[in-house]
Design a protein around this ligand. Structure first.
Ligand code: 13P
Ligand code: SF4
Length: 308
Protein backbone atom coordinates (compact mmCIF):
# COMPACT_ATOMS: atom_id res chain seq x y z
CA UNK A 1 0.00 0.00 0.00
CA UNK A 2 1.34 3.48 -0.76
CA UNK A 3 2.01 5.60 2.39
CA UNK A 4 -0.94 8.01 1.88
CA UNK A 5 -3.44 5.13 1.51
CA UNK A 6 -1.93 3.35 4.50
CA UNK A 7 -2.33 6.48 6.61
CA UNK A 8 -5.95 6.91 5.49
CA UNK A 9 -6.76 3.26 6.32
CA UNK A 10 -5.16 3.56 9.77
CA UNK A 11 -7.22 6.67 10.53
CA UNK A 12 -10.39 4.89 9.36
CA UNK A 13 -9.65 1.92 11.63
CA UNK A 14 -8.91 4.28 14.51
CA UNK A 15 -12.39 5.71 14.15
CA UNK A 16 -14.20 2.40 13.79
CA UNK A 17 -12.34 0.85 16.75
CA UNK A 18 -12.64 4.02 18.85
CA UNK A 19 -8.91 3.61 19.40
CA UNK A 20 -6.21 5.93 20.66
CA UNK A 21 -2.74 5.72 19.09
CA UNK A 22 0.05 6.41 21.58
CA UNK A 23 3.62 6.74 20.28
CA UNK A 24 7.05 7.15 21.80
CA UNK A 25 9.49 9.77 20.45
CA UNK A 26 11.74 6.98 19.11
CA UNK A 27 9.11 5.75 16.65
CA UNK A 28 9.58 6.47 12.95
CA UNK A 29 8.39 9.96 11.97
CA UNK A 30 5.33 8.77 9.97
CA UNK A 31 4.00 7.00 13.06
CA UNK A 32 4.67 10.03 15.29
CA UNK A 33 2.81 12.24 12.79
CA UNK A 34 -0.43 10.25 12.88
CA UNK A 35 -0.42 9.36 16.59
CA UNK A 36 -2.94 11.01 18.92
CA UNK A 37 -0.22 11.53 21.46
CA UNK A 38 3.60 11.37 21.36
CA UNK A 39 5.49 11.39 24.63
CA UNK A 40 8.11 9.99 26.98
CA UNK A 41 7.51 6.89 29.11
CA UNK A 42 5.88 8.81 31.96
CA UNK A 43 3.58 10.88 29.73
CA UNK A 44 2.57 7.75 27.84
CA UNK A 45 1.75 5.90 31.09
CA UNK A 46 -0.32 8.88 32.23
CA UNK A 47 -2.18 8.96 28.90
CA UNK A 48 -2.78 5.22 29.06
CA UNK A 49 -4.15 5.61 32.59
CA UNK A 50 -6.59 8.35 31.61
CA UNK A 51 -7.81 7.39 28.13
CA UNK A 52 -11.49 6.71 27.51
CA UNK A 53 -10.82 5.04 24.13
CA UNK A 54 -12.00 1.42 23.74
CA UNK A 55 -8.72 0.20 22.24
CA UNK A 56 -5.14 1.33 22.94
CA UNK A 57 -2.69 1.05 20.06
CA UNK A 58 0.80 1.35 21.47
CA UNK A 59 3.60 2.35 19.14
CA UNK A 60 6.60 1.78 21.34
CA UNK A 61 8.28 -1.26 22.85
CA UNK A 62 6.81 -4.23 24.70
CA UNK A 63 7.32 -2.99 28.28
CA UNK A 64 5.49 0.25 27.41
CA UNK A 65 2.48 -1.57 25.93
CA UNK A 66 2.51 -3.95 28.90
CA UNK A 67 2.35 -0.97 31.27
CA UNK A 68 -0.68 0.35 29.33
CA UNK A 69 -2.33 -3.09 29.68
CA UNK A 70 -1.63 -3.20 33.44
CA UNK A 71 -3.34 0.19 33.73
CA UNK A 72 -6.24 -0.95 31.49
CA UNK A 73 -6.72 -4.67 32.13
CA UNK A 74 -10.11 -4.76 30.42
CA UNK A 75 -9.09 -3.03 27.19
CA UNK A 76 -7.30 -4.52 24.22
CA UNK A 77 -3.78 -3.10 23.96
CA UNK A 78 -2.30 -3.61 20.50
CA UNK A 79 1.43 -3.53 19.74
CA UNK A 80 2.37 -3.56 16.02
CA UNK A 81 5.29 -5.95 16.64
CA UNK A 82 5.34 -8.10 19.77
CA UNK A 83 9.09 -8.62 19.36
CA UNK A 84 9.81 -4.93 19.99
CA UNK A 85 11.80 -5.51 23.19
CA UNK A 86 14.42 -3.56 25.14
CA UNK A 87 17.99 -4.45 26.13
CA UNK A 88 17.41 -3.12 29.65
CA UNK A 89 14.37 -5.32 30.13
CA UNK A 90 16.13 -8.34 28.57
CA UNK A 91 19.12 -7.84 30.87
CA UNK A 92 17.02 -8.16 34.02
CA UNK A 93 15.38 -11.60 34.11
CA UNK A 94 12.79 -11.98 36.91
CA UNK A 95 14.46 -14.97 38.63
CA UNK A 96 17.76 -13.09 38.99
CA UNK A 97 16.01 -9.91 40.06
CA UNK A 98 14.12 -11.91 42.72
CA UNK A 99 17.47 -13.24 43.99
CA UNK A 100 18.91 -9.70 44.04
CA UNK A 101 15.98 -8.59 46.20
CA UNK A 102 16.29 -11.60 48.51
CA UNK A 103 19.98 -10.83 49.05
CA UNK A 104 19.05 -7.31 50.21
CA UNK A 105 15.85 -7.74 52.21
CA UNK A 106 16.04 -4.32 53.87
CA UNK A 107 16.26 -2.38 50.64
CA UNK A 108 13.36 -0.74 48.87
CA UNK A 109 13.37 -1.61 45.15
CA UNK A 110 12.94 1.35 42.83
CA UNK A 111 12.84 0.00 39.29
CA UNK A 112 13.07 1.82 35.97
CA UNK A 113 9.96 1.26 33.85
CA UNK A 114 12.17 -0.41 31.18
CA UNK A 115 11.59 -3.89 32.63
CA UNK A 116 9.14 -6.78 32.29
CA UNK A 117 5.80 -6.91 34.12
CA UNK A 118 7.18 -9.74 36.27
CA UNK A 119 10.08 -7.52 37.42
CA UNK A 120 7.62 -4.68 38.05
CA UNK A 121 5.57 -7.03 40.21
CA UNK A 122 8.71 -7.81 42.25
CA UNK A 123 9.46 -4.08 42.74
CA UNK A 124 8.19 -1.53 45.27
CA UNK A 125 8.07 1.56 43.07
CA UNK A 126 8.46 2.03 39.32
CA UNK A 127 10.05 5.19 37.92
CA UNK A 128 10.90 6.72 34.55
CA UNK A 129 13.85 8.92 33.68
CA UNK A 130 11.68 12.01 34.19
CA UNK A 131 10.28 10.93 37.57
CA UNK A 132 13.17 9.00 39.18
CA UNK A 133 14.84 11.91 40.98
CA UNK A 134 11.56 13.15 42.46
CA UNK A 135 10.65 9.64 43.63
CA UNK A 136 14.06 8.91 45.19
CA UNK A 137 13.91 12.23 47.04
CA UNK A 138 10.70 11.07 48.74
CA UNK A 139 12.35 7.97 50.23
CA UNK A 140 13.53 8.48 53.85
CA UNK A 141 17.30 9.13 53.98
CA UNK A 142 18.00 6.08 56.18
CA UNK A 143 16.14 3.69 53.83
CA UNK A 144 18.57 1.75 51.60
CA UNK A 145 17.60 1.53 47.92
CA UNK A 146 18.11 -0.97 45.10
CA UNK A 147 17.98 0.69 41.70
CA UNK A 148 17.49 -1.51 38.61
CA UNK A 149 18.08 -2.22 35.78
CA UNK A 150 20.03 0.73 34.25
CA UNK A 151 23.44 1.25 35.84
CA UNK A 152 24.04 4.48 33.87
CA UNK A 153 20.77 6.10 34.92
CA UNK A 154 21.40 4.74 38.43
CA UNK A 155 24.90 6.28 38.60
CA UNK A 156 23.52 9.61 37.35
CA UNK A 157 20.77 9.51 40.01
CA UNK A 158 23.26 8.67 42.74
CA UNK A 159 25.14 11.86 41.87
CA UNK A 160 21.97 13.97 41.60
CA UNK A 161 20.34 12.78 44.81
CA UNK A 162 23.41 11.99 46.91
CA UNK A 163 21.87 8.57 47.71
CA UNK A 164 24.12 5.54 47.87
CA UNK A 165 21.97 3.10 45.91
CA UNK A 166 22.85 -0.47 44.98
CA UNK A 167 22.69 -0.78 41.19
CA UNK A 168 21.71 -3.61 38.88
CA UNK A 169 24.30 -4.07 36.12
CA UNK A 170 22.22 -3.33 33.00
CA UNK A 171 22.44 -0.84 30.15
CA UNK A 172 20.80 0.35 26.95
CA UNK A 173 22.44 -0.88 23.73
CA UNK A 174 21.65 2.43 22.01
CA UNK A 175 22.83 4.89 24.66
CA UNK A 176 26.09 2.99 25.17
CA UNK A 177 27.15 3.29 21.53
CA UNK A 178 27.78 7.02 21.38
CA UNK A 179 31.31 7.95 20.50
CA UNK A 180 33.33 10.42 22.55
CA UNK A 181 35.84 10.62 19.71
CA UNK A 182 33.12 11.69 17.27
CA UNK A 183 31.71 14.11 19.85
CA UNK A 184 35.06 15.90 19.96
CA UNK A 185 35.09 16.04 16.16
CA UNK A 186 31.56 17.50 16.09
CA UNK A 187 32.39 20.04 18.77
CA UNK A 188 35.46 21.20 16.83
CA UNK A 189 33.36 21.54 13.68
CA UNK A 190 30.43 23.20 15.50
CA UNK A 191 31.82 25.13 18.50
CA UNK A 192 28.44 26.87 18.90
CA UNK A 193 26.55 23.57 19.46
CA UNK A 194 25.48 22.45 22.91
CA UNK A 195 25.56 18.77 23.94
CA UNK A 196 22.29 17.47 25.42
CA UNK A 197 21.93 13.87 26.59
CA UNK A 198 19.57 11.23 27.93
CA UNK A 199 20.61 9.92 31.37
CA UNK A 200 20.91 6.37 29.96
CA UNK A 201 24.23 7.55 28.42
CA UNK A 202 27.51 6.72 30.11
CA UNK A 203 29.04 9.07 32.66
CA UNK A 204 31.93 10.18 30.41
CA UNK A 205 29.34 11.67 28.02
CA UNK A 206 26.94 12.98 30.67
CA UNK A 207 29.77 14.88 32.34
CA UNK A 208 30.19 16.88 29.10
CA UNK A 209 26.48 17.61 28.57
CA UNK A 210 24.96 21.04 29.10
CA UNK A 211 21.56 19.50 29.77
CA UNK A 212 20.48 15.97 30.79
CA UNK A 213 16.88 14.78 30.72
CA UNK A 214 14.22 12.37 29.54
CA UNK A 215 13.08 12.54 25.92
CA UNK A 216 10.31 15.04 26.85
CA UNK A 217 12.71 17.14 28.91
CA UNK A 218 15.25 17.24 26.05
CA UNK A 219 12.52 18.34 23.65
CA UNK A 220 11.30 21.05 25.99
CA UNK A 221 14.86 22.24 26.54
CA UNK A 222 15.58 22.79 22.83
CA UNK A 223 12.19 24.45 22.34
CA UNK A 224 12.83 27.03 25.05
CA UNK A 225 16.61 27.51 24.82
CA UNK A 226 18.09 30.62 23.18
CA UNK A 227 20.74 28.37 21.65
CA UNK A 228 20.46 27.56 17.92
CA UNK A 229 22.50 24.36 17.59
CA UNK A 230 22.48 21.12 19.58
CA UNK A 231 24.34 17.82 19.55
CA UNK A 232 21.75 15.26 20.63
CA UNK A 233 22.88 12.16 22.55
CA UNK A 234 19.82 9.96 22.50
CA UNK A 235 17.94 7.79 20.00
CA UNK A 236 17.72 9.66 16.69
CA UNK A 237 13.89 9.43 16.48
CA UNK A 238 13.54 12.41 18.85
CA UNK A 239 15.04 14.69 16.17
CA UNK A 240 11.75 14.59 14.26
CA UNK A 241 9.87 16.47 17.01
CA UNK A 242 12.84 18.76 17.64
CA UNK A 243 12.93 19.74 13.97
CA UNK A 244 9.18 20.11 13.48
CA UNK A 245 8.45 22.07 16.67
CA UNK A 246 11.27 24.64 16.45
CA UNK A 247 12.35 27.17 13.81
CA UNK A 248 15.88 28.01 12.65
CA UNK A 249 17.56 25.49 14.96
CA UNK A 250 19.99 22.75 13.97
CA UNK A 251 20.11 19.31 15.58
CA UNK A 252 23.12 17.05 15.11
CA UNK A 253 22.60 13.43 16.18
CA UNK A 254 25.64 12.17 18.09
CA UNK A 255 26.98 9.25 16.01
CA UNK A 256 27.90 5.85 17.39
CA UNK A 257 31.55 4.68 17.41
CA UNK A 258 31.03 2.24 14.54
CA UNK A 259 29.75 3.25 11.12
CA UNK A 260 26.30 1.81 11.80
CA UNK A 261 22.80 3.07 12.58
CA UNK A 262 23.27 2.02 16.21
CA UNK A 263 21.87 5.33 17.48
CA UNK A 264 18.50 4.01 16.30
CA UNK A 265 16.81 1.54 18.63
CA UNK A 266 16.30 -1.69 16.65
CA UNK A 267 13.38 -2.60 18.93
CA UNK A 268 11.54 0.69 18.52
CA UNK A 269 12.11 0.55 14.77
CA UNK A 270 10.44 -2.87 14.48
CA UNK A 271 7.11 -1.02 14.38
CA UNK A 272 6.27 0.20 10.88
CA UNK A 273 3.22 1.86 9.32
CA UNK A 274 2.39 -1.44 7.59
CA UNK A 275 2.48 -3.37 10.88
CA UNK A 276 0.49 -0.63 12.59
CA UNK A 277 -2.22 -0.95 9.94
CA UNK A 278 -2.26 -4.76 10.14
CA UNK A 279 -2.45 -4.88 13.94
CA UNK A 280 -5.43 -2.52 13.90
CA UNK A 281 -7.13 -4.42 11.06
CA UNK A 282 -6.78 -7.80 12.82
CA UNK A 283 -6.88 -6.51 16.41
CA UNK A 284 -3.70 -8.51 16.83
CA UNK A 285 -1.05 -8.82 18.18
CA UNK A 286 -2.38 -7.85 21.59
CA UNK A 287 -0.72 -7.82 24.99
CA UNK A 288 -1.96 -10.86 26.93
CA UNK A 289 -1.25 -11.19 30.65
CA UNK A 290 -2.74 -13.29 33.41
CA UNK A 291 -4.94 -11.63 36.02
CA UNK A 292 -2.58 -12.33 38.89
CA UNK A 293 0.40 -10.66 37.19
CA UNK A 294 -1.77 -7.72 36.10
CA UNK A 295 -2.75 -7.13 39.69
CA UNK A 296 0.73 -7.56 41.20
CA UNK A 297 2.39 -5.25 38.65
CA UNK A 298 -0.21 -2.51 39.10
CA UNK A 299 0.72 -1.41 42.64
CA UNK A 300 4.31 -0.22 41.94
CA UNK A 301 3.12 1.58 38.80
CA UNK A 302 0.37 3.33 40.74
CA UNK A 303 2.98 4.38 43.30
CA UNK A 304 4.99 5.95 40.49
CA UNK A 305 1.95 7.87 39.22
CA UNK A 306 1.16 9.10 42.74
CA UNK A 307 4.75 10.12 43.53
CA UNK A 308 5.73 11.76 40.22
P1 13P B 1 12.01 8.29 28.16
O1 13P B 1 11.21 7.98 29.36
O2 13P B 1 12.97 9.41 28.36
O3 13P B 1 11.14 8.52 26.97
O4 13P B 1 12.97 7.04 27.83
C1 13P B 1 12.51 5.84 27.30
C2 13P B 1 13.59 5.02 26.75
O5 13P B 1 13.43 3.87 26.44
C3 13P B 1 14.89 5.63 26.61
O6 13P B 1 15.75 4.79 25.96
FE1 SF4 C 1 15.38 -0.03 25.50
FE2 SF4 C 1 17.44 1.47 24.78
FE3 SF4 C 1 15.57 0.91 23.01
FE4 SF4 C 1 15.02 2.60 25.03
S1 SF4 C 1 16.48 2.90 23.36
S2 SF4 C 1 13.75 0.92 24.30
S3 SF4 C 1 16.25 1.68 26.66
S4 SF4 C 1 16.95 -0.58 24.01
Amino acid sequence: MIPQVLEKEILKLKKSLNAVILAHYYQESEIQDLADFVGDSLDLSRKAASTDADVIVFCGVHFMAETAKILNPNKPVLLPDLLAGCSLSDGCPPHLFKKFREEHPNHVAITYINCSAEVKALSDIICTSSSAEKIINQIPKDQPILFSPDKNLGAYLKKKTGRDMLLWNGSCIVHETFSERKLIGLQLEHPDAELIAHPECEDHLLSKAKFIGSTSALLKYVQTSERKKFIVATEAGILHQMETTTKGKTFLPLPPEENCACNECPHMKRNTMEKLYLCMKHKSPQIEMNADLLQRALKPIQRMLEMS
